[in-house]
Design a binder for this molecule. Structure first.
Ligand code: KG4
Ligand code: ZN
Length: 352
């Protein structure tokens, strides 16, 4: 956690505005280096994209345009601050949808230009990786992070801010995608992860057993694309009564969680570390949480989760990661900006 003032060039930076717009959520937050998170707010576009069964990039960009400034006003009001109090602006520079990213980047850079304050482009996944540090108790470096979102499934060793080593990742679909695609087959709305988890609560344990791809592959990689095919096959073979849908949902969730928990445990074994941090939207899954806590507890280790509201995309993690980065490296020079729709987290490692 930050205990001292952040120096960016000749400036002292205390109050950081965070802007997240990488996909279908506009997240805005104000983080203070000494007082912590002052305010945050989120507008979700789920209802907007619902009828299309997935995110429509052009609609996402337009909605970010609609909400960015009103939400910034709203967090300033909640924190009883004014724009003039803001010392720096952090925004998600990538990875994500380019149009959506451009909205956040241009709002952040235009505001910073008028206020004559620095900006910092943040890697969305670094935001997720560091988000558990916003919760109490917070993990201490080094730890293993299981990053599970709609676009990524990765196990990382985190030795410090900006010191990340990839231990394993999905070779095809992300865990969130596996949840969402299985949910879609079962007739649930997009994104279906949380809805599938809810449906699974009524499922009959053991009625169906789905494959656990790469469970014993000996490495820390994942594969989830075969799972959706297996779910589709089950759905085609049975009459989809409410009970059968719940039973399939139960089996799908069990399979995904089993693979994630087993590989996370192996990652702790291989690195010799005993703290696991779970980040990203799928980290909100209750079965995953209880399974990990049980398995890792038995081993004498500890699992850390961001508070539920910081698991899925949010502005707080961007403001916080921006604050951490400004402590370690200079802000961006000037106000020219670009976004990085594809951006490998490994490119980010910076020296202490
Ligand atoms: O990190 P996130 O908000 O967005 C990015 O992908 O960056 O993650 C969204 C993903 C979606 O696939 C969503 O279905 C999944 O997280 N998710 C869940 C749950 N809540 C969200 N998956 C399983 N169980 C949940 N409770
Ligand atoms: Zn995310």
């Amino acid at each position: 956690m930050l205990s001292s003032k952040i120096h960016s060039g000749m400036r002292i930076v205390k109050l950081i505005l965070g802007v997240e717009s990488s996909c279908d959520e506009t997240g805005i937050a104000l983080y203070h280096s000494e007082r912590g998170l002052l305010a945050h707010t989120l507008h979700s576009q789920i209802a907007l994209h619902n009828e299309y069964g997935g995110v429509v990039p052009e609609l996402a960009s337009r909605d970010h345009v609609r909400y960015a400034l009103p939400l910034i006003r709203s967090v300033l009001q909640k924190a009883d601050c004014s724009l003039k109090d803001v010392d720096a602006i952090a925004y998600t520079q990538g990875p994500g949808l380019s149009g959506a990213l451009l909205v956040g980047a241009s709002v952040a850079c235009a505001l910073a230009y008028t206020l004559d304050i620095p900006t910092i482009g943040v890697h969305h996944l670094e935001g997720h990786l560091l988000s558990p540090l916003l919760s109490r108790p917070a993990p201490e470096f080094p730890f293993v992070a299981l990053l599970v979102s709609g676009g990524h499934t990765q196990l990382m060793q985190v030795d410090g801010v900006g010191r990340y080593t990839l231990l394993g990742e999905s070779v095809d679909d992300a865990a969130g995608e596996a949840f969402d695609k299985s949910a879609k087959i079962l007739g649930l709305d997009y994104p279906g992860g949380a809805l599938l988890a809810k449906l699974a609560q009524n499922g009959t344990p053991g009625r169906f057993k789905l494959p656990r791809p790469m469970l014993h592959s000996g490495d820390l990689d994942f594969s989830f694309s075969g799972l959706k095919t297996a779910v589709l096959t089950l759905a085609q073979q049975h009459e989809l009564t409410d009970q059968t849908r719940a039973d399939i949902a139960h089996a799908a969730q069990e399979a995904i969680v089993d693979v994630l928990a087993t590989k996370a445990l192996s990652a702790l074994g291989q690195t010799g570390l005993d703290q696991l941090v779970v980040a990203g939207g799928v980290g909100a899954n209750r079965l995953l949480r209880s399974r990990l806590s049980e398995k890792i507890g038995k081993r004498g280790g500890k699992v850390f989760y961001p508070d539920l509201e910081f698991c899925t995309d949010n502005g707080a993690m961007i403001a916080f990661a921006g604050a951490m980065r400004l402590q370690q490296q200079a802000a961006q020079p000037g106000y020219r900006f670009n976004v990085k729709p594809r951006w490998d987290l490994r490119e980010l490692n910076y020296a202490d």
